[in-house]
Design a protein around this ligand. Structure first.
Ligand code: ZN
Length: 223
């Protein structure tokens, strides 16, 4: 299964659902929460193109995922040892944008994605915006989620964190909840306004380097 997490919606949405802000809307936070859940509950091998760590630890050598660059991930996509691995690629749109300079590379990526999907292997990707060259990705993606970052307050009566206002900032010191809506397949109208998940961003932020920028965005087909 291929799951996409986007910071900008692909289709016209109900105007009552908040639109994500342009930056820092919790995409990687959502990806990490799904991947860490699979690691914890199933002991599943996780591959990420960003660095992870255990909560409460600052030891980046002791991680719950295997770090690879996007290039390494695509080179090893179909290796049998990664059959059951959950592969997570952050900022895939930018990576595809760079790959688009070579039709051979785009073909290689496209083939890899097709074969991985046919084999029933799992991939989660995130991207800020859709771009024209994302067509190869869009057609293969089974679910698309849109996270939106909110400030929150603690409600003593229900002992729950309650979302208040949407956060417009990339870097912000306040506490955040990430509310997640499903964009594709379009949910039933009566469910459309309800977030499918609410994440405590500060807890998931303990599991990866929230300040890391994915800088290695080059891809090239093997010679
Ligand atoms: Zn904020």
């Amino acid at each position: 299964m291929i799951i996409g997490i986007v910071g900008q919606v692909s289709q016209v949405r109900d105007s009552r659902i908040p639109r994500p802000s342009d930056c820092g809307n919790g995409k990687t936070n959502l990806m990490v929460s799904m991947a860490y859940h699979q690691f914890r509950t199933r002991g599943r091998k996780v591959i990420t193109n960003f660095h992870t760590k255990y909560p409460g630890s600052d030891n980046w050598n002791c991680t719950w995922s295997e770090f690879m660059t996007a290039q390494e991930i695509f080179e090893h996509f179909l290796d049998p040892e990664y059959d059951d691995a959950l592969v997570c690629i952050s900022e895939l749109s930018g990576i595809l944008h760079s790959a688009a300079r070579s039709s051979k590379t785009i073909q290689w990526v496209d083939n890899n994605l097709n074969q991985r999907r046919k084999a029933g292997h799992d991939l989660i990707w995130d991207a800020q915006r859709w771009m024209s060259n994302d067509k190869i990705l869009r057609d293969k993606t089974d679910y698309i989620y849109v996270p939106v970052k909110f400030h929150c307050v603690y409600d003593i009566r229900t002992q729950n964190w309650i979302p208040t206002t949407q956060c417009p900032k990339d870097i912000c010191d306040e506490k955040h909840l990430i509310l997640v809506w499903q964009d594709f397949p379009a949910p039933d109208p009566e469910d459309a306004l309800t977030p499918i998940k609410i994440l405590h961003a500060w807890e998931i932020g303990e599991l990866y380097d929230t300040k890391e920028r994915i800088t290695d965005q080059t891809l090239h087909a093997p010679a």
